[in-house]
Design a protein around this ligand. Structure first.
Ligand SMILES: Cc1ncc(COP(=O)(O)O)c(C=O)c1O
Length: 409
């Protein structure tokens, strides 16, 4: 396909950091205004938090949703609900946000990193199975950039061993694996409403579960474990206040009906981008597994450094010249190479709970993570949002084509 030349004047792409790339509008203003006028911003008493969790439960088709202050809080509540003993192992992924990892340590458990598939960046049933021991208490999977993990295979491995799965859907609202929404396969699903997510309240989180006992523990955990509504309430166990205020839940309530349109718009523009980039040398568009739907939090390209000298970094440099931001390597290095894990920096100088870890659980040797290193060496993350028009897509694709062909020489 012949690429149209990029316009001489770079186009400003819509950004998720301001209204150009967000769906916040009059609906949210009206709801937040109503909440303020009501005089009650406390979610335990006000109506907005209750309407938000009921609305999200219906949209996802799950009986229980708990709102909380962030995606990190959602993961923290999920780990706490599983209630590991100190030193228990929780399998997670080497490519994710730190907010999905630190809660494991706060609950006294050991994050055990599974490798990822080099073509998607997602953990697989095989990489998870490779890390299971008799100390494994749970598995946390991240649906990276909105691309569903192979939950059929992962649930088979987990169910065989009776290990609960937590799905981190912070980047994957309404993504589907074989016709079923992510967040409904495992015991618990976790979502983030942070500024750059599909829908936002600036900060915020949602946790989902079909299990009534887990729902009770999740609710308690975000409420200082105070048994609101119980005949003889008490603070039942160690926990925190992770409640959203009614300002946030009212705003999220305005965002919620927009979510299906947001995801659909991202899918349509991603499909168009796939077409536009089809003939670009050394550039592979995001993989979509047959039967799955991708939620396109971002649009991660895979760059072949054997074709494009300098790989993702060289391409990113060229794109910057035409005002296109892109992120080579996403999180820069595998999570286990961050100081917190490398130096075991936790509580004071104690290194706890790493002091309880078995050697294999904290063996971060590069040869145990071939998929992780390959994925990070090749990925170039393009920002994505629901406001991209044909002009934006053409500009993006033609700029990528021009940069790639220039580098190929
Ligand atoms: C996969 C994943 N998990 C967890 C989080 C943490 O969410 P939050 O930033 O809302 O705490 C994020 C946020 O970027 C994320 O992308």
């Amino acid at each position: 396909m012949n690429m149209p030349l990029p316009p001489l004047n770079p186009i400003m792409l819509p950004s998720d950091l301001d209204s150009s790339g967000r769906t916040l509008g009059d609906e949210e203003v009206a709801l937040v205004t109503e909440a303020i006028r009501s005089g009650c911003l406390f979610t335990i008493r006000g109506p907005y938090g209750k309407k938000l969790v009921a609305g999200f439960a219906e949209m996802l088709g799950v009986p229980n949703v708990v709102a909380c202050t962030s995606g990190s809080a959602a993961i923290h509540a999920a780990i706490a609900a599983i209630d590991p003993e100190p030193g228990d192992e929780i399998i997670t992924t080497s490519i994710t946000d730190m907010g999905a990892l630190t809660p494991i340590l706060y609950q006294g458990a050991i994050p055990v990193f599974a490798d990822v598939d080099a073509s998607t960046g997602n953990v697989t049933a095989t990489t998870i199975a490779d890390r299971i021991t008799d100390r494994t208490k749970a598995i946390v999977v991240t649906h990276l950039f909105g691309s569903p993990c192979d939950m059929t295979a992962i649930m088979t491995v987990a169910d065989k061993r009776g290990i609960p799965v937590i799905e981190d859907c912070a980047q994957a609202f309404l993504a589907e694996h074989r016709g079923k929404k992510v967040g409904t396969f495992g015991k618990i699903g976790c979502f983030s409403l942070q500024q750059g997510k599909h829908i936002t309240t600036g900060e915020g989180g949602l946790v989902t579960t079909a299990d009534a006992a887990l729902a009770r523990r999740l609710t308690l955990f975000v409420n200082k474990a105070w048994g609101y509504g119980d005949p003889n309430p008490d603070h039942y166990f160690l926990s925190l206040n992770y409640r959203m205020s009614e300002l946030q839940t009212a705003c999220a309530l305005g965002q919620l009906p927009k979510l299906p349109g947001v995801v659909a718009a991202r899918q349509v523009s991603a499909a168009r981008m796939d077409e536009l980039l089809a003939d670009t040398p050394g550039v592979e568009v995001p993989l979509r597994q047959a039967g799955d739907t991708h939620a396109y939090w971002k649009y991660p390209l895979r760059i072949d450094p054997a074709v494009i000298p300098g790989g993702p970094s060289a391409l990113a440099k060229e794109l910057k010249l035409v005002n296109i931001a892109s992120v080579p390597r996403y999180i820069q290095k595998p999570s286990f190479r961050c100081e917190i894990f490398r130096e075991q920096r936790t509580l004071g100088k104690s290194r706890w709970p790493f002091t309880l870890a078995h050697t294999d659980a904290v063996d971060y040797a590069a040869e145990r993570f071939p998929g992780t290193f390959e994925y990070l060496d090749r990925v170039l993350v393009l920002p994505w949002n629901e406001k991209y028009t044909e002009d934006h897509l053409t500009y993006l694709a033609s700029s990528i084509y021009a940069a790639a062909t220039k580098l190929v020489g």
